[in-house]
Design a protein around this ligand. Structure first.
Ligand code: ZN
Length: 239
C-alpha cells in the first residue's frame, strides 16, 4: 500500500524540496546546530564556532579560519544518501522543480539534481578575492595553510559566513520556485534557521509535507508530518 507521502508525490507536478542539515547527517556530515553538533563543541581555540565562521574572523585570522574550516566543514568523502538520490529521481521524472538547501556540501548536485538553490553557498565553489578566478574544492584541500591564487590573492570559499548576506539572486529564485509549487516537502530542518521560516511564507500551494525526526514549530501548518529519517521516508516514497 502506498504511503500518504507517496500519494501526495504521485499527484504533484511542481514539487519543491526545502532541506536542512538533517538531509546531510545521513551522509555522515554533522549538523552544525543540533545538541551534539558542531556548534556545541569546542573549536580547540579560544573562539566560538560562530566567531570563527564570521566574515571579520576570515579577514583578520585567515589561517585560523582555514584550519577550522578544513577540519570541521569539509567532508570530501561524503556520498549522497537515499534522500538525495530520491530527489534527483523526482527531478528526472519531471515532478520536482527545485531543491532549496541550507547545506553547503554539494551532495544534491553530486546525486544528479540540476536545479539546486544553495542558500548558504557551496564548498565546491571558491573564488580569488583579488582577481575573481574560480576554483574547486581541491584548491582548498590541497593548500598548506591559506589557499592562494597565482595572482597572490586569497581563495575564499563561496560559503555564506556570519555577518554576510545571502545571495539575493538565490533568494529570489527560491521565492519564485516556492510561489509556483503545488507541493513543498520540507526535510531535515526545524525551520528555525534564517531564512527558512520566512521563505516558506512564499508557498501558497496545496500540500506542505514536513519530514523530520523531531517536532517543529510548523507541524500544525503541515498537511502531512512524517516522523522518519529522511532517507528512509523519501527512498520508500520515490522508488
Ligand atoms: Zn587571483
Amino acid at each position: 500500500m502506498a504511503s500518504e507521502l507517496a500519494r501526495i508525490i504521485e499527484k504533484s507536478r511542481r514539487i519543491v524540496f526545502f532541506g536542512g542539515a538533517g538531509v546531510s547527517t545521513e551522509s555522515g556530515i554533522p549538523d552544525f546546530r543540533s545538541a551534539d553538533g558542531l556548534y556545541s563543541r569546542s573549536t580547540g581555540t579560544r573562539y566560538a564556532p560562530e566567531e570563527v565562521l564570521s566574515h571579520s574572523f576570515f579577514v583578520r585570522h585567515t589561517a585560523e579560519f582555514f584550519d577550522y574550516y578544513r577540519s570541521h566543514l569539509l567532508y570530501p568523502d561524503a556520498r549522497p544518501n537515499a534522500a538525495h538520490l530520491a530527489l534527483a529521481r523526482l527531478e528526472q521524472r519531471g515532478r520536482l522543480t527545485a531543491v532549496i538547501t541550507q547545506n553547503i556540501d554539494g551532495l544534491h548536485r553530486r546525486a544528479g539534481s540540476k536545479d539546486v538553490l544553495e542558500l548558504h553557498g557551496s564548498v565546491h565553489r571558491n573564488t580569488c578575492v583579488r582577481c575573481g578566478r574560480g576554483f574547486g574544492l581541491d584548491a582548498v584541500l590541497a593548500a598548506d595553510g591559506v589557499p592562494t591564487c597565482a595572482c597572490g590573492g586569497v581563495i575564499k570559499p563561496d560559503v555564506v559566513l556570519y555577518e554576510e548576506a545571502l545571495d539575493p539572486a538565490v533568494m529570489d529564485a527560491a521565492i519564485q520556485a516556492l510561489r509556483a509549487a503545488d507541493t513543498v516537502i520540507v526535510g531535515g530542518t526545524s525551520l528555525v534557521v534564517y531564512p527558512a521560516a520566512g521563505l516558506l511564507g512564499a508557498f501558497g500551494g496545496d500540500e506542505l509535507v514536513l519530514i523530520n525526526t523531531a517536532a517543529t514549530d510548523h507541524d500544525h501548518l503541515a498537511t502531512l508530518v512524517v516522523r522518519e529519517p529522511i532517507g528512509e521516508a523519501l527512498g520508500a516514497a520515490v522508488p
